[in-house]
Design a protein around this ligand. Structure first.
Ligand SMILES: NC(=O)c1ccc[n+]([C@@H]2O[C@H](COP(=O)([O-])OP(=O)(O)OC[C@H]3O[C@@H](n4cnc5c(N)ncnc54)[C@H](O)[C@@H]3O)[C@@H](O)[C@H]2O)c1
Length: 282
């Protein structure tokens, strides 16, 4: 636990990853260029912990201890003494490369750099640094403090030593690890997203969303129907992942359902917009 961790990006994933690391006993600094994101990330954790205290599942002392291990900053200079940097900025390759280059210049030589990308090439991200052997992918799931799985992805240049350090670190924050090829979708999204896409095809062909979801919940024992899940993650996010599989493999079996494209154009993005396959009170 004597390693110091930095999480770059304090959004949905970064804030949660920082929390998971601090809960496991690490000293963590969460960095974001956007000050309000830092304020919100800290407030979200405090709110969550206060709820746990109210429910009797956490005591005040534990909250104080975990919060004392969390720092927030908008300066990359805070990276100078960290051992592992976990990047969680938006899924754009040019942005990630720019940030990795910036992180590279502000960290010590033996740092390990991790990306939480959902599907971009680790080798390409690593190419923006002076130490591609010390870069790898760790794909967390939302919400990061709760979801048990992380997918580990080596780039072409990732060293065995880097892999072993990151595997041990992942286990130390209570995660179960799986090794994934550096291919679009890794394991979970490669299986899950085409299933959601196929569910959208069924609706386009005349099935009701309710029937599709009921069929998968009662016939396949899924806790949530595939279309409920589409609405939950966001139709735009789901379509982007499907497009990533399609362009990554150049295989027609990953063609996105045209209905999803129309839904995105119409602004029907799921829960966050108030309407997707279902309607929601906002
Ligand atoms: N949302 C999910 O369910 C999920 C799950 C697994 C992986 N991911 C991946 O995690 C990454 C982040 O996704 P998210 O949903 O947390 O995004 P988000 O938009 O919620 O957060 C991104 C944060 O990065 C910050 N940021 C932007 N540019 C920056 C810069 N130059 N320096 C520092 N911070 C900067 C933004 O201010 C924002 O707070 C993406 O690569 C995404 O594919 C997302």
């Amino acid at each position: 636990m004597n390693k110091k961790i930095a999480v770059v990006g304090a959004g949905l994933m970064g804030g949660g990853i920082a929390q998971a690391c601090a809960q496991a006993g690490y000293q963590v600094i969460n960095i974001d260029v956007y000050e309000p994101a830092l304020v919100k990330a800290k407030a979200n954790i405090e709110k969550l912990f206060n709820k746990k205290i109210d429910k009797g599942t956490m005591d005040e002392q534990t909250k104080v201890e975990i919060m004392s291990r969390l720092d927030y900053s908008s300066s990359f200079e805070s990276l100078l003494d960290v051992d592992i940097v976990i990047e969680a900025v938006p899924e754009k390759i040019e942005l990630k490369k720019e940030i990795f280059s910036q992180i590279d210049k502000n960290t010590k030589d033996d740092v390990i750099l991790v990306s939480n990308t959902s599907g971009l090439s680790i080798s390409e991200i690593a190419s923006a640094t002076s130490k591609p052997d010390r870069v790898m992918g760790v794909h967390f799931f939302y919400p990061a403090p709760v979801m048990k799985l992380v997918e580990l992805i080596k780039g072409i240049a990732t060293s065995e030593e880097t892999y072993e350090v990151i595997k041990e670190f992942s286990l130390s924050i209570g995660k179960q690890v799986v090794d994934c090829p550096e291919l679009p979708g890794f394991i979970v999204n490669r299986i899950l997203v085409p299933m959601m896409n196929e569910a959208a095809f069924l609706v386009m062909e005349g099935c009701s969303p309710q029937d599709v979801d009921t069929a998968m919940k009662l016939g396949a024992n899924h806790p949530m129907g595939p279309l409920e899940l589409c609405d939950f993650v966001g139709i735009d996010v789901m379509l982007a992942t499907m497009n990533g599989l399609y362009s990554g493999f150049k295989d027609s079996k990953y063609r996105p359902c045209p209905m999803l494209e129309n839904m995105v154009k119409a602004g029907h993005l799921g829960r966050k917009s108030g309407e997707g396959f279902y309607k929601y009170n906002r």
